[in-house]
Each structure stands twice: as structure tokens, then as C-alpha cells.
Design a protein around this ligand. Structure first.
Ligand code: ADP
Ligand code: MG
Length: 206
């Protein structure tokens, strides 16, 4: 079992949208996937209120729940943690239990600073056990200046970014509102980028 966490204390960075779509893609490839919602706002749990998810959803209400994930959910191939919207003890717990940490960041220059706090926790954790981490560009728009500023900020951290980004598309917003993913829409471009991203993520474990 491998644990992958989407972490960025900045709300709106695209954690839940990425978690839903990547988890759907990995589950549809035949893997047993559990998603753990650690956000006190429970947006992923609420997203699944009609039970349409192609994976099992669990809600963690404290850092203790997060620390127990490896023991409690050991039967799954992948456990995917949707991070909290603030820098909490839950974020630190998720860093400690994860095999791979994904930090979603949007091209908006004001959004990047919150990501730095995850990097700080990562660096502290690295003294005990090095953990793989990658930035994931989300809500990507073709705005050259913003993208180059973002890439520069990422480079300064010394942590790499995934080659695949998640583009800003209405299909992500609409499908999530329906309790679904882009795989329930006709947006082939969105589905394609999620599939390529999921492959890039899983290649860490091959
Ligand atoms: P977080 O979980 O980090 O708070 P969300 O995934 O909830 O972020 O996204 C925040 C907002 O941005 C939501 O309204 C969501 O619909 C929108 N959003 C996220 N990713 C995309 C995307 N790729 N394209 C368009 N809108 C997006
Ligand atoms: Mg969220």
C-alpha cells in the first residue's frame, strides 16, 4: 500500500479537484483506492454524499486518524489524502505517513507563499525519513508571465514539478458540483491530462 497526499494549506489551490480526478483515474485502472478527507470543511466527503465515487471515501477528523491510515487501510493499493485548508497538525501528520507528497499550486503569484509552509514541514521531516515531493500546477491558464513566475518560484524550492499540469476548465467545476469527475463528461482533453498525470504519479512506485 502506498500513501499519496495532496497538500497545500492554501484553500482554492485545487487539492480536492485533483484528488477526485486522479483517484477516479487510478481506481478505474483496476487498483483498490481509498481517499481520506482530512479537511474540516469535508468538501470531498460532501462531494460523495450521493455515493457516486469510484473509490472508498473515509473522513479523518484528527491527526490520530491520519497516523492510523497505514494500519487501518492497509488492504488498499493506494490511499490518497485530500489535505486540509490550513496549516494544521493534520498536514504534519500527512507528511509523516506519506510515500509521495503532491503540492498543488495555481499560477496566481499571491498563492505561492502558502506552499512554502508545506516545504518547511517537508524539510523538517526529511531529517527522519526522506519523502518524495512534487509540485502540481493546477488551474493552468496560458499566461506566459504568470507561468514563468510560478516556475521560477518552484525552482527556488529545489522540489521538482510534474511535467503534466491540470488546466483551468469548466468541466472540472461542473463535474465536481454533480458529485462526479471529468470522466463523466465529454471533455476528452481533461480526461487525457488526468490519465497522463496519474501515470506520472504511479511511475514513482514502479
Ligand atoms: P482546494 O481543495 O485546494 O481548496 P478545490 O479543488 O476545492 O481546491 O478548488 C477550488 C476552486 O477552484 C473550486 O471552485 C474548483 O471548482 C476550482 N477549480 C479547481 N481546479 C480547477 C480547474 N482545473 N479548472 C477550473 N476550476 C478549478
Ligand atoms: Mg479541498
Amino acid at each position: 500500500m502506498k500513501i499519496i497526499s495532496f497538500l497545500n494549506p492554501k484553500g482554492g489551490s485545487g487539492k480536492t479537484t485533483a484528488t477526485i480526478n486522479v483517484s477516479t483515474s487510478i481506481a478505474s485502472s483496476g487498483k483498490k483506492v481509498a481517499v481520506v478527507d482530512t479537511d474540516p470543511q469535508m468538501s470531498l466527503t460532501n462531494w460523495n454524499s450521493a455515493g457516486k465515487a469510484g473509490f472508498d471515501v473515509f473522513t479523518a477528523s484528527s491527526e490520530k486518524d491520519v497516523y492510523q491510515v497505514r494500519k487501518e487501510l492497509g488492504d488498499y493499493d493506494y490511499v490518497i489524502i485530500d489535505g486540509a485548508g490550513s496549516l494544521s497538525v493534520i498536514t504534519s501528520a500527512a507528511v509523516m505517513v506519506s510515500d509521495l507528497i503532491i503540492i498543488p499550486v495555481t499560477p496566481s503569484p499571491l498563492d505561492f507563499s502558502a506552499a512554502g509552509s508545506v516545504v518547511t514541514v517537508l524539510e523538517a521531516q526529511a531529517y527522519n525519513r526522506p519523502v518524495e515531493a512534487r509540485f502540481l500546477i493546477t488551474r493552468k491558464i496560458e499566461q506566459a508571465t504568470m507561468l514563468s513566475v510560478l516556475k521560477e518560484s518552484i525552482a527556488q524550492t529545489g522540489i521538482k514539478a510534474f511535467k503534466t499540469a491540470i488546466t483551468q476548465r469548466q468541466s472540472y467545476v461542473r463535474s465536481v458540483l454533480e458529485g462526479e469527475s471529468v470522466f463523466n463528461t465529454s471533455d476528452r482533453a481533461a480526461q487525457g491530462e488526468i490519465q497522463i498525470l496519474s501515470k506520472e504519479i504511479l511511475s514513482f512506485f514502479e
